[in-house]
Design a protein around this ligand. Structure first.
Ligand code: 6AU
Length: 276
């Protein structure tokens, strides 16, 4: 049956990519398809949030370049917490350049993303060479790549044939591209009769998830966990401000309450989908 009707555990056993197997395994074990997007600018708030949500998430999503007080100890501590609470790390870098440039951006500079992020993401706009470049760094380290196939913001250009072409690019590199940022399941999208899509299992990570708001003042659009996981067949819900609000002087009890609420909603929608 198609991947979105199988359990995360069944998929974990079969997946060709190590980061994807690890993520699916953690999802089943912790009963969580929730990724918290920790979009704050001070490392104290960053770690206060991660300490509170760590036991409830499968994946922590970072934008390390927004931390004002970033230094190498941030990565050490993030890795310690990843092991302590059993979550993977997803640096939301959204690479978008030619192959030779993304090789450098992924492996060098201050952040050395490939050294610590199990998963990162890229836009499809440069064409397949962006995957070739990132794979040359990421494959030897057992990393996984997510392509942006559909964005959550109002007026996004990631529609129709663009989305189909992104899926075709991923299909050609299933050893490294483990899934998509999208709002719907993507299996078989853009495939012709001659394409071999048997065994294709792309994880769909959906941002733009909220239980209380329908959007923000800058074009973000929110859907509920029920809509994205049950109705649209996405696998992971990505939630930021719905869990920590402004993310300043974090109230960890409130964060804990919200993370449990989103974890339960995401898991319930998944159970309903796989009927068990
Ligand atoms: O829940 P929010 O709106 O506070 O945060 C959503 C997070 C942000 C965005 O950079 C990211 O999800 N995001 C992405 C990703 C994950 O690639 C793509 C997209 O289309 N929309 C989106 O919001 O960190």
């Amino acid at each position: 049956s198609s991947p979105h009707l199988q359990t995360y555990n069944e998929r974990a056993k079969k997946h060709a990519n190590k980061a994807a197997r690890a993520l699916l395994g953690i999802m089943e074990e912790k009963q969580s398809n929730l990724s918290v997007s920790v979009d704050v600018t001070k490392s104290k708030d960053f770690f206060d949030i991660i300490e509170a949500v760590g036991p409830h998430v499968c994946l922590i999503k970072t934008h390390v370049d927004i931390l004002e007080d970033f230094d190498a100890t941030v990565i050490d501590r993030l890795q310690e917490l990843s092991e302590k609470h059993k979550f993977l790390i997803f640096e939301d870098r959204k690479f978008a350049d030619i192959g030779s440039t993304v090789v450098l951006q992924y492996s060098k500079g201050i952040y050395k993303i490939a050294d610590w992020a199990h998963i990162t993401n890229a836009h499809a706009v440069p064409g397949p060479s962006i995957i070739t470049g990132l794979a040359s760094v990421g494959i030897p380290k057992d990393r996984g790549l997510i392509l942006l196939a559909e964005m959550s913001s109002k007026g996004a250009l990631t529609t129709g044939s663009y989305t189909e072409d992104a899926v075709r690019m991923a299909r050609a590199r299933r050893d490294f591209v483990i899934g998509f940022i999208a709002q719907h399941r993507m299996e078989g999208v853009g495939a012709s009769d001659t394409d071999n899509i048997a065994g294709e299992d792309f994880l769909v990570l959906a941002p733009g998830v909220g239980l209380d708001a329908t959007g923000d003042a800058m074009g973000q659009q929110y859907r509920t966990p029920e809509q994205v996981v049950f109705e649209s067949g996405c696998d992971v819900i990505i939630v930021g401000r719905g869990i920590y609000g402004k993310g300043e002087n974090v109230d960890t009890l409130e964060v804990l309450k919200q993370v449990q609420r989103y974890q339960a909603a995401g898991w319930e929608a998944y159970k309903k989908r796989v009927q068990c």
